[in-house]
Design a protein around this ligand. Structure first.
Ligand SMILES: [Zn+2]
Ligand SMILES: [Zn+2]
Ligand SMILES: [Zn+2]
Ligand SMILES: [Zn+2]
Ligand SMILES: [Zn+2]
Ligand SMILES: [Zn+2]
Ligand SMILES: [Zn+2]
Length: 1770
């Protein structure tokens, strides 16, 4: 940086001083002095400024070295009294370490918690302890640590079972807790005490020092320099960008330096950005302050995200000596931390020193000082001392307690400081609370001795200041600043939770007293919440502004577990419970003391009953959804009932004070509010109310909201006359007027005034009926009904699964979690559900056990309306499938507890019967509006409940002959009372049974009638005489007849329904075809022989032997060649002809390293790279793929232009990206939306005639070499003549061409203009993408790239077929088949649009690699050439030479000769490279292939004689032949594919299957002898010279000895091996440090699945520049490792990342599953994860198929938000 270079002390002088220094002598001196502190301070004052902070450039290692020598050395000498290394190791040996592990977690390290044995979820183990513990066999949870915190192994309070791992198992022999100081000498103790107290005081003084230009007493330096630092502090307001920008301006540094400053400030909390004199620093400071004050509202990104007003960055100009001492103070704390590790005794002394009270009394210990200054210190300092606290105070059981007391005493102040501060909690000392409060014994002690519970609650309440007139919280007026504070203060709730998390097993009087005091404080808090955020119904106008509601709900949500825990504490002690109950009741009375005030009392009367109440309308007055005091009381009431205190000590309960109407009033209002919102009466109140209602029922809140309101209504109703209760309810629902009038049964003759009102009232009636059903029917809370907690959970699960089968995580989400994040599901799930494992996609599912379906209750209180209808449908369907009646009667319920027992009487009370009768009467009229289906359904359900109840009563009374006065059947058989002479309910039902408009309810009515009949019979039997068989029988009979008729009718209905469904199905099918055109298209293509691969299906017209290459090859007849395809865009048919309109195939060309055998090869320089010869390591290739969809070239062009135009408009308008890059020629296939970037033209098979006589190999070589000679000289001549100044002496001999070889001939291009255009288009695209260059159709490398892509694509598909264990032919999907065939044919035609001379030149060079030619320079050695690429290039470039020939040479002959030559070369290549070191002789006698073995031996020995010692002696021909066969097979298979597509010859059936015979079939198909060596030995005259030529290549000798030889066969690449257990990966990643920022932990460690590299992703530190842009580590890596395509695993997120280029990416499900068959993206659930091999293989297949980019495209199309992510920064 540009800061001033300083005039430092001359180093030499300093050095000599340092060299003469003796730590031992200094320590010896210290032992003598009387005032040791003064002496040490003097030493520090002298040396510290000389060592530290002499400017920004000093090497930090030097500083540490000097500090060790000059500062720590003497301290250690003094401490030990001898050579420190000796003394310390002695201490270590004598140490008896405690059993605590205490391993402090690094960021990202895996932690484990046992869900069965941990005292609470904060109890965790480190990986090592976990693996050695019993818990690894239990249900455990795995998470990644956020840093801080330590392993609880060895803490007996943290674990219910197995507190020790194997390593920390205590020794039984010395189990007695000894004082660690016992085996230390008194002198040693004294010395340690001296050193520790001086150094700790020094460090505390310096770290809490707040003067910029002065030092504490005794530390003033002997000679004072005047250099300063400009120190920048971090805050959580400014963004990285702001800071970087400001720094560049203020201290004039480069961006890189600014980034580095900013990173350090963010990490350490401060960083000096300038060093120099005061003025110099002051100037920088003012620039920073001014700039950061001005900079407004750029959105904060990486720094922290808070939305508060900007204040300037904090900057201080500090004297260098102050900074130096602060630096050493941190070192000194680290030193203390390290020193106490040697011995528990030293640790205890340090604790003692730290906690010793100073002369100032209260809070004067050094520990107190540090704590109380916490919020004033910078992040780095806080981290260091927190660390020291953790390794000292928190590790020593005695001092942990003392520290906890100090912490609790200072609690309020620490929290206030924290709330004012803006650092995250992990950087605050308050974060240590978890380490103490979760220890049950400490928590209990702090509650009783320090009144901690009350302190926490009071502190919390004090921080929430805004109250309304009644003293309730008011969050509405919060400013952003206050809202921010509110968020911070919520951490106190966390502390309260820690304190309460373990319930006491024994209560002392003191604990009772303090707990109840805390309970009082808690009630005060709840009282501030009771009735907060009230709402008033908006009529007329819509509300103007949505009122604030989230803060109140946040508070409620955070307190939910606390409220539950409070109740559980109470439940564990009767006395506490009774006291708490009294307190809650009086609090509630206090809240609503005046609830009748100002309300007009009224009297309600109905059905001969009357009750007094008040006039109150929810729809007109204030109502609040927040009633925590009532709900707490409701919870306690249920507990009283559960533990039966109410019956045993009724005298202790304030039962007489209970006023049931008061108890139910507010919960009832709340439920009415919900009903009215449902009925649409509160529409004008906006979404805030809708949201509140939603959360009120939501699983996160309902336990302490909705559920408790229901219990309160049950409690109230159980103490009231049911008729009174129902009348009050009717009144609150504002429905009283409807049912109270004498002629209510004729409702709508009076009241059809307003249709909306009728509709509203209908909904209200439905809701009210539902509420009655719940009040009578919800008995699954322990204390309300006679159930256990497990029954409750079981029932919840059953009802979830009644909706549909669900995954484990879905169930977890649907169930309330307790404070330990447990749902209790595991205990019961297997009793109600069956698990079904997932396949390669999807997840495992739980399905309801069929026998549990009988528990189904349609009106389950936790169902939403949507859930309810889904469940109803699903359950009816299942019943129908099982051939049962689809009626869903109410289930049998558990019995109420005695305190709630009277609730059943609601069912048979007069008011309810009146209501039921009225609705049934209304239902007589079919015309709409008067009643609703749901209303009737609920009424029938209620009647059903009455009957079920009666049945249960009958059963139990049969057992213990108690007189049961529950006689529902009697009641419903009686005619109505109030309006005289109305029909009884039973009579109404009998009438309704036949009403045609009630078809859907018939089965339920029938069920009711049947049950009534049954009950009556039972009653008669049990009451008097035995049942008269005959009557019962005849009744049965008629029922049976009826059922028969019914079944017939149903069958008919079913038939009609089936027909309807069939019609729907065919409609859906049409729809499906539209949506899945690709699939459909393909199947059509399969059927239609004219569209693709026609040739395979038709019989051969020529030879019967299937040969694909050479003069004898199979030839297509004229009709076979005809190929007609359909354009997907215009739907017109078109024949493929060379002179016709061009047809093209959408294609995607990409660079690939999938087959690379050398990922270390640096990328080529695109401008200079000569791609003519592919290296056998296949490090970079160009792959072409296609979705197989065909278009006219002009249709495609029009389409692409339209896409371009649309994209331009879109970019101007929205600046959003698409999943494809139009500027780079990308588009989506118009049919299947597959990503494409070019098109391949479709070409017909070239016509060839079989000319009879063809030269043999040696003749042909002879002719060809003549041709080459002539060509070369002709080329040179034209070059020379064009160069004008022709140099005659350069050896250009005129060489006459052989007969019929016309050098001046220009062949006619057979292709139409559109085809030519498309040939150029595809060629240029391949060139552009393959080399990453700008398109240039003239570039001589265009044809080479095309041939290369053809060869590479065929090779990769050959590999894929091997990997997938599929036969070579017949298993490729259509799209690949079409792609390969058009790619190959394109390859053979692409020379026509290039310069012929260029292609001829390529051919000359290619041939020279095979047939050495002195005139061609730089021919590669045969070990440097991939033979298949050579074959393809030779075959495809040859036409450019052949076209000059008119002597009748055929292309077929040439192809065969190329194949033979290259095959021999490949055999030689294999023999030279691929013999394994160890040759085993096990199977000496091969036998069957004797001839091959002998000839391969012969060739090998020839090679040995040519190359000498390079080759080992091998005696086994059998082995050699095996190697050759294995090595050459991939090449032969690829060649077979190539010639198959080039020449259209169908493949023999042996190659359509896997298994034996492949070799012979391949050789036959390729016209090769199955003994390949014959190719050599039958042409020895030409082969021998060639062999000599190859072996004499200068590069060969050198190459052969190198280690990086490519061996054949090249094995398929696979993705790296992953560990079976995911936590192994997390552990691996946690020790990974960012390679660029010196040992820092990486925040987003990301693993490359291709090569196994670990990267520091998504972080400034590891950004690099790539092609002029800053990119993250992953993107940069993809360019070297995957040619732009990458597959990564983000370890902390458990997420697979696909990247392609800089702009494309998507996340993909990881191959790790938990035991429930689910992935855990984001690692939120923490279930143990294990590798799923099938899924990993699927990812690997995507990669090998080159489908990653395509997958990204589809993902981005499906999810547009993926497009907006800055993938290049990952
Ligand atoms: Zn551990
Ligand atoms: Zn352990
Ligand atoms: Zn366990
Ligand atoms: Zn078309
Ligand atoms: Zn397509
Ligand atoms: Zn890699
Ligand atoms: Zn990094």
């Amino acid at each position: 940086m540009a800061a001033a270079e300083t005039d430092r002390d001359a180093p030499s002088a300093l050095c000599s001083e340092f060299l003469n220094f003796s730590a031992k002598d200094t320590a010896a001196k210290w032992l003598q002095v009387s005032n040791l502190p003064k002496e040490v301070y003097q030493h520090l004052a002298c040396y510290v400024p000389k060592i530290y902070c002499l400017g920004p450039n000093l090497n930090p290692q030097n500083e540490d070295l000097l500090a060790q020598l000059l500062l720590q050395g003497p301290l250690e000498w003094y401490l030990c009294g001898e050579e420190p290394s000796v003394g310390l190791s002695k201490l270590e040996q004598n140490n008896q370490p405690s059993q605590l592990c205490g391993h402090v977690f690094k960021v990202g390290e895996p932690t484990y918690s046992c869900r069965e044995c941990a005292a609470d979820p904060t109890c965790v183990l480190c990986m090592q302890c976990f693996l050695g513990s019993v818990h690894k066999e239990h249900r455990y949870r795995m998470t990644t640590s956020g840093g801080g915190g330590f392993c609880d192994c060895g803490d007996t309070e943290a674990w219910k079972k197995g507190p020790y791992c194997q390593k920390h198992e205590p020794n039984i022999s010395d189990s007695s807790q000894k004082d660690p100081l016992a085996n230390l000498s008194a002198e040693m103790i004294a010395r340690t005490y001296n050193v520790f107290s001086i150094i700790l005081k020094y460090a505390v003084d310096m770290l809490t020092w707040d003067k910029e230009d002065e030092l504490p007493e005794g530390l003033e330096p002997p000679a004072r320099g005047d250099m300063y630092y400009c120190m920048l502090f971090n805050d959580e307001v400014h963004t990285y960008e702001q800071v970087i920008y400001t720094l560049q301006k203020a201290v004039n540094c480069t961006q890189k330096e600014a980034v580095s400053f900013a990173t350090t400030v963010d990490r350490d909390g401060r960083k000096s950005v300038r060093f120099g004199d005061f003025q110099f620093c002051e100037q920088a400071k003012s620039v920073i302050v001014v700039n950061t004050l001005q900079s407004t509202s750029t959105k904060p990104l990486a720094w922290r995200n808070t939305s508060r007003q900007t204040k300037p960055l904090r900057v201080q100009v500090m004297h260098s000596s102050v900074v130096a001492h602060q630096c050493f103070a941190l070192k000194a704390l680290n030193w203390l931390g390290q020193t106490i590790r040697y011995s528990d005794a030293l640790r205890r002394i340090l604790c003692q020193v730290g906690l010793q009270r100073g002369p100032e009394g209260e809070n004067s210990s050094l520990v107190d000082k540090l704590m109380l200054c916490d919020s004033k210190m910078w992040k780095g300092a806080r981290n260091v001392y927190h660390q020291l606290f953790m390794s000292s105070l928190l590790m020593d059981p005695k001092y942990k307690k003392l520290f906890a007391i100090q912490f609790a005493r200072n609690y309020e102040r620490l929290q206030s400081d924290y709330v004012k501060d803006d650092h995250d909690r992990e950087f605050s000392v308050t974060d240590l609370s978890v380490q103490m409060f979760t220890v049950p014994s400490l928590a209990r002690m702090l509650i009783t001795d320090e009144n901690l519970m009350t302190t926490i609650i009071r502190t919390f309440v004090d921080h929430l200041r805004h109250r309304d007139l009644q003293g309730r919280f008011q969050f509405e007026r919060y400013t952003a600043q206050q809202a921010f504070k509110f968020r911070r203060v919520q951490s106190l709730i966390g502390d309260l939770k820690y304190v309460l998390i373990s319930r006491p097993t024994e209560w002392t009087d003191q604990l009772r007293e303090k707990y109840l005091e805390g309970f009082d404080a808690f009630l005060e808090l709840l009282k501030c919440m009771q009735g907060m955020d009230p709402v008033v119904r908006q009529v007329g106008q819509h509300i103007e502004m949505e009122p604030e509601w989230e803060a109140a709900f946040t508070l409620q949500m955070k307190l939910t577990h606390i409220i539950s825990m409070m109740q559980e504490w109470c439940a564990s002690d009767e006395r506490v419970l009774i006291e708490a109950y009294k307190k809650s009741l009086s609090a509630l009375t206090h809240c609503h003391s005046g609830f009748t005030d100002g309300e007009q009392p009224i009297t309600l009367s109905m059905c001969g009953h009357s009750v007094d109440t008040i006039r109150y309308c929810v729809s007109q007055e204030k109502v609040s959804i927040h009633l925590p005091v009532s709900r707490l009381l409701a919870g306690l009431h249920a507990l009283l009932s559960k533990i039966e205190v109410a019956y045993r000590f009724p005298e202790q309960l304030p039962l007489s004070e209970l006023s049931p109407p008061m108890l139910i009033e507010h919960p009832l209002r709340c439920l009415v509010l919900c009903a009215q919102v449902h009925a649409g009466m509160w529409r004008r109140n906006g979404f805030s109310l809708v949201n509140q209602i939603y959360y009120y029922h939501n699983v996160k809140c309902r336990v302490e909201m909705f559920d408790k309101d229901l219990i309160m209504l049950q409690a109230g109703a159980s103490m009231m006359d049911p008729n009174h209760f129902l009348m009050i309810m009717l009144s609150r629902f504002e429905l009283y007027h409807i049912f109270s009038s004498a002629d209510c049964r004729k409702r709508y003759s009076r009241e059809n005034a307003n249709k909306d009102v009728v509709q509203q009232n209908n909904t209200l009636i439905e809701e009210m009926l539902h509420l009655i059903i719940m009040i009578v029917g919800e008995r699954y809370t322990a204390g309300v009904g006679q159930v256990e907690i497990t029954d409750e959970i079981r029932r919840e699960i059953v009802h979830q699964l009644c909706i549909r089968p669900m995954a484990h995580s879905e169930l977890v989400k649907a169930l309330p979690e307790n404070e330990n994040k447990e749902t209790g599901m595991e205990r019961v799930i297997d009793s109600v559900a069956l698990f079904k494992k997932p396949g390669v996609t999807g997840r495992g599912l739980y399905k309801l056990r069929p026998e549990c379906a009988k528990m189904f209750n349609l009106y389950f209180h936790h169902y939403s309306r949507a859930d309810q209808s889904k469940a109803e449908e699903a359950q009816r369907k299942i019943k129908r499938q099982n051939g049962e009646d689809s009626v869903l009667p109410p289930p049998v319920l558990p019995r109420f507890c005695p305190l709630f027992a009277s609730l059943v009487n609601i069912l048979q009370c007069d008011v309810l019967l009146g209501i039921l009768g009225a609705v049934l009467q209304w239902a007589m009229e079919p015309s709409g509006g008067h009643w609703s289906e749901s209303m009737l359904q609920r009424v029938l359900h209620l009647i059903g409940m009455g009957l079920v109840e009666e049945q249960q009563h009958l059963i139990s009374s049969a057992e213990d002959y108690n007189d049961t006065n529950f006689n529902f059947t009697l009641k419903i058989s009686r005619p109505g009372e109030a309006p005289a002479n109305t029909a009884s309910i039973l009579a109404l039902l009998e009438t309704l049974q036949n009403a045609p408009h009630l078809e859907v309810h018939k089965d339920m009515i029938r069920w009711i009638l049947k049950t009534v009949a049954y009950i009556k019979t039972t009653r008669e039997c049990t009451a008097s005489s035995p049942p008269s068989d005959s009557s019962g029988h005849s009744q049965e009979e008629t029922v049976r007849d009826k059922e028969k008729a019914e079944r017939k009718r149903k069958a008919e209905m079913a038939r009609l329904r089936r027909e309807k469904i069939m019609a729907q199905m065919s409609e859906m099918q049409r729809h499906f075809i539209n949506e899945n055109k690709e699939l459909f298209q393909q199947s059509l293509e399969d059927l239609d022989p004219s569209t693709s691969s026609t040739l395979e299906h038709s019989p051969s017209s020529c030879d019967s032997a299937l040969v694909c290459v050479g003069p004898r090859r199979w030839r297509a007849g004229g009709s076979d060649r005809r190929q007609v395809v359909t354009c997907i865009l215009c739907q017109e048919e078109q024949e493929i002809r060379s002179d016709g309109k061009a047809m093209v195939l959408a294609a995607f060309v990409q660079r690939s390293t999938v087959m690379s055998k050398n990922r270390k090869r640096p990328p080529h320089n695109p401008d200079k790279y000569d791609p003519l010869f592919m290296h056998p390591d296949l490090s970079f290739g160009t792959h072409t793929g296609s979705c197989g969809h065909i278009m006219h070239s002009h249709c495609w062009q029009r389409y692409f232009e339209a896409v371009q135009a649309k994209e331009q408009r879109r970019q101007q308008r929205l600046r959003v990206h698409t999943s494809y890059d139009v500027e780079n020629g990308e588009f989506l296939c118009p049919l299947c939306e597959c990503l494409s970037n070019t098109v391949i033209p479709l070409l017909p098979l070239t016509k060839t005639c079989c000319s009879s006589e063809q030269p043999d190999l040696s003749q042909w070589l002879n002719i060809t070499s003549h041709q080459m000679k002539a060509l070369i000289s002709a080329h040179r001549k034209s070059k020379a003549s064009s160069a004008e100044a022709a140099d005659e002496t350069d050896g250009v001999n005129d060489c006459p061409p052989p007969d019929g070889f016309r050098l001046d001939h220009t062949p006619k291009n057979p292709y139409s203009s559109t085809i030519k255009e498309m040939l150029t288009t595809f060629g240029t695209a391949t060139y552009k993408v393959g080399l990453k260059v700008h398109p240039n159709e003239q570039d001589p490398r265009v044809p080479i790239m095309c041939w290369g892509s053809c060869a590479y694509t065929i090779q990769s598909i050959e590999r894929l077929l091997v990997d997938e264990e599929k036969p070579l032919f017949g298993s490729l999907p259509c799209r690949q088949d079409d792609c390969l065939s058009s790619l190959t044919r394109f390859g053979s035609a692409c020379w026509t649009v290039s310069s012929h001379t260029t292609v001829q030149n390529h051919f000359i060079r290619l041939l020279a690699a095979l047939v050495p030619d002195p005139r061609v320079e730089n021919s590669p050695c045969i070990l440097d050439v991939d033979m298949f690429h050579l074959l393809v290039s030779l075959v495809l470039s040859h036409p450019a030479v052949l076209c000059l020939d008119s002597s009748g040479l055929s292309a077929d002959a040439a192809q065969l000769h190329f194949l033979h030559l290259i095959t021999v070369a490949h055999v030689v290549q294999i023999l030279l490279t691929s013999l394994p070191e160890e040759v085993r002789m096990e199977q000496e006698t091969g036998g069957a292939e004797r001839e091959e073995e002998e000839s391969v031996c012969l060739l090998y020995n020839t090679l040995r004689s040519l190359l000498g010692r390079g080759l080992r002696e091998v005696s086994s021909g059998w082995h050699l032949w095996l190697c050759v066969k294995a090595g050459i097979l991939p090449y032969l298979r690829a060649a077979a594919l190539f010639f198959h597509y080039l020449n259209g010859a169908p493949a023999p059936p042996e190659l359509h299957a896997l298994g034996a015979g492949e070799w012979e079939a391949l050789c036959g198909y390729l016209c090769l002898p199955s003994n390949l060596l014959q190719l050599y030995f039958n042409n020895l005259d030409i082969m021998e010279p060639l062999l000599h030529g190859w072996c004499s290549h200068p590069a060969l000798q050198a190459l052969q000895s190198s280690v990086t030889l490519i061996r054949f066969p090249r094995e398929s690449n696979h993705l790296i091996d992953l560990p079976g257990d995911y936590s192994a990966l997390i552990n691996q990643a946690s020790s990974f440090t960012c390679p660029k920022s010196g040992g820092d932990k990486s925040r987003v460690p990301t693993l490359c699945l291709v090569c196994g590299a670990m990267l520091c992703s998504q972080s400034y530190c590891c950004q690099t520049e790539l092609e002029g842009e800053d990119v993250g580590a992953c993107t940069a890596h993809t360019f070297t490792c995957g040619a732009g395509v990458g597959i990564f695993l983000r370890v902390r997120e458990s997420q697979v990342l696909f990247l392609a280029g800089k702009t494309k990416g998507c996340f993909y499900a990881p191959p790790y599953l938990d035991d429930y068959g689910e992935t855990d993206q984001g690692l939120r659930r923490g279930n143990p994860l294990h590798l799923c091999h099938e899924r990993y293989r699927k990812i690997q297949k995507l990669w090998r198929q080159h489908s990653i980019t395509e997958e990204i495209g589809h993902a981005q199309e499906a999810n547009q938000t993926l497009v907006g992510i800055d993938w290049q920064h990952l």
